[in-house]
Write a protein that binds this ligand. Sequence first.
Ligand code: FAD
Length: 287
Amino acid sequence: MSHNGSFSFEFFPPRSEEAAARFAQTRRALLPLQPDYVSVTFGAGGSTRDLTLDTVTTLAREGDVPVAPHISCIGATATSLRELLDAYRSLGIRRLVALRGDLPSGMGDAPGEFRYASDLVAFIRRETGDWFHLEVAAYPEVHPQARSARADLDAFVRKVRAGADGAITQYFFNADAYFRFRDAAAAAGVAVPIIPGVMPITNYTQLARFSATCGAEIPRWLARRLEDFGDDLDGLRAFGLDVTLALSRRLLDGGAPGLHFYTLNRAEPTATLWQALDLDRRAEGAG
Ligand code: FAD
């Protein structure tokens, strides 16, 4: 089966020499797959601002795959954001993932000059016109701080109206949550693509920790099955692949306009999913 749409990989900036060496191997394995773009996360509150810029610079110089830095506004000033936008423009970057972000604990709750991602999207459009293709975040299972599902959908619609070209979702394991969110957004007038984010399952403890903070639900049957693997990491990975592959197929068959893979800077799970979904043929068709 061949798929049209946007297929992208997400990386995070490595924080040590050892992590940087591992990340170089990951890039060598994943960039030849020719995703539509790769994105690089950003630590809100400035904690990894330079690391993100360095990683983006490396990726932009190294390959022919477009790079989309994540940029967040919580705790940022207009001046610091302007500088960052200028730096990305001068690197020839044409895509961004625009987020509010979360302040690291200990930084208080002062939001700074920007309160929500919609403020950031509007600011980027005011400052740079149509230079950047802007993605924003979407939450099929509802953002953990939202007052209600309805309020969260309204906030999403506002963010898209402020000038987003597309959205990437938080990961989820329940395809119906995605389809219902997509349909509700369409009914509210959203016409931009909403790309599901896909999280590989390779480590249950880490997945449970992430999911608790970002509000992604691990269904009971899945949690119980994953617990059973204990130290059997190979068994867990094989089962995890099966689950994410079935989810990805269901999403694409149901009309999802692409997939965004949270690689966690590891090549193997994403490359295996890519092959199993036959996405190479898409690259051949496009090239
Ligand atoms: P917003 O869209 O601003 O929403 C935040 C909350 O405010 C929601 O509960 C929303 O319902 C509510 N809200 C929005 N507007 C209003 C309004 N006008 N009135 C009342 N309530 C409102 N975090 C990082 O720090 N770095 C990253 O690189 C990063 N990458 C991410 C990539 C993806 C694809 C996703 C899905 C998330 C990512 N995050 C990242 C996490 C994200 O920053 C957090 O989820 C954050 O808490 C919310 O960011 P947002 O852009 O969705 O915020």
